[in-house]
Design a protein around this ligand. Structure first.
Ligand SMILES: Nc1nc2c([nH]c(=O)n2[C@@H]2O[C@H](COP(=O)(O)OP(=O)(O)OP(=O)(O)O)[C@@H](O)[C@H]2O)c(=O)[nH]1
Length: 157
């Protein structure tokens, strides 16, 4: 009888993600007027986090009982120390990561917040013009969005 084909070692999932689970996430495009149009705040994950040193938009998981807006307000307070006014929903993206995890991301526009930005969890934070975003190493789920922003196909106004 033929030997069964050995199974490949599957890549490890992001810690805390069960098979088939979809993470519901809310994230913010925090905008400020720049010299050549809007600039957006982008944040880099720490070297010891999953998907280390990738760039992303601030935000995080929506907890049970929270609306996306409530979750985002809480996350922006925890991550950046600000009290943000959550603006209009911009786009919703579903993405299956290669490690088996899936995310359902809801992006919101934020143009106004109280308090000073305080980097509490990220490796680095930067204000960037949209045209520069495709040159940064962003999380895979965000790639379509940042290309559309850079190409002017999605408007934040
Ligand atoms: N905040 C944020 N998360 C994103 C973006 N794009 C994207 O795929 N994600 C994914 O959405 C999830 C956000 O949840 P999170 O911030 O609570 O997760 P985490 O991995 O940083 O920490 P945790 O799982 O230990 O709580 C992560 O799996 C992250 O990879 C983005 O632009 N912003």
């Amino acid at each position: 009888m033929k030997k069964p084909i050995p199974k490949l070692n599957r890549p490890r999932r992001t810690p805390g993600t069960k098979a088939g689970e979809v993470r519901l996430v809310a994230a913010a495009l925090i905008l400020r007027p720049g010299e050549a149009g809007d600039e957006v705040l982008v944040c880099q994950r720490k070297p010891d986090q999953p998907m280390a040193l990738k760039w992303e938009f601030p935000g995080g998981k929506i907890e049970a009982g929270e609306s996306a807006e409530q979750a985002l307000k809480r996350e922006l307070n925890e991550e950046l120390g600000i009290d943000a006014e959550i603006g209009r929903p911009l786009i919703r993206i579903r993405h299956n990561y290669r490690n088996g995890g899936a995310v359902d991301l809801q992006f919101f526009v934020v143009r106004s917040f109280a308090g000073e930005l305080d980097n509490r969890i990220f490796n680095e934070m930067r204000w960037m013009g949209f045209e520069k975003l495709p040159h940064m190493d962003f999380l895979a789920a965000d790639l379509g969005l940042i290309k559309d922003l850079a190409d002017g196909k999605i408007s934040v106004s």
